[in-house]
Design a protein around this ligand. Sequence first.
Ligand code: COA
Length: 199
Amino acid sequence: MTGPPHDDGSGTGVRVARVREQDWERVRALRLAMLADTPLAFTETIEQTRRFDEREWRRRARRGSAGTSIATYAAVGPGGDWLGTMGGVLERPGRALLVSVFVVPERRGGPVADLLLRTVLRWARDEAGADRIRLLVHEANPRAAAFYARHGFTATGRTEPYPLDPAAREIEMDRALGLGDPDAAAPTGLVGDTSAQYG
Ligand SMILES: CC(C)(COP(=O)(O)OP(=O)(O)OC[C@H]1O[C@@H](n2cnc3c(N)ncnc32)[C@H](O)[C@@H]1OP(=O)(O)O)[C@@H](O)C(=O)NCCC(=O)NCCS
């Protein structure tokens, strides 16, 4: 992505930007906050993650904008603060996976999660060429499941053991990514890079 991020037009001042290598310290801070806030939503522990060195954080940040099969986005507030993140992975031709879903607690229930999801859906359809996107949600995470349901995801009937506690299950949900899909039609100019906030 090139060019500065733009306001989404909703008057919130929240922008969505693709994550780049130079964002690695913010990626680290947000990741540690995510794992502390909602451990069951993710498949690595905060203890594991605290051991990563700068090289690993740079690698993670870099892959957010490295190619067409993976993308990570951050929601950036008017002051440059990061309010949340979501990412997409093209698992195989035509099939995308939604990952790393998080909004800071004080910005939940507002437009931030919607903006991030619409951006990933648009990426999956228009840049990655997917016609379906799936996700896995922990069975004890009804808020996330309700958010996905509102955006057209339905349970496929498939479940998997949760990797950090095989006694628990993750539920698979998916949805189509059709042409003219309003959820994947983010406003023009929504997505930029993060440079305008902090160089
Ligand atoms: C998942 C997440 C990004 C969704 O963003 P959000 O701003 O909270 O989403 P919204 O408020 O728009 O939607 C949440 C829905 O859950 C509902 N909800 C809230 N608390 C709930 C609960 N305890 N049980 C069931 N539903 C609940 C809300 O009413 C809303 O439903 P509605 O749209 O039908 O009214 C955010 O909650 C988050 O970051 N959670 C922690 C990390 C996480 O769980 N990630 C998902 C990993 S799969």
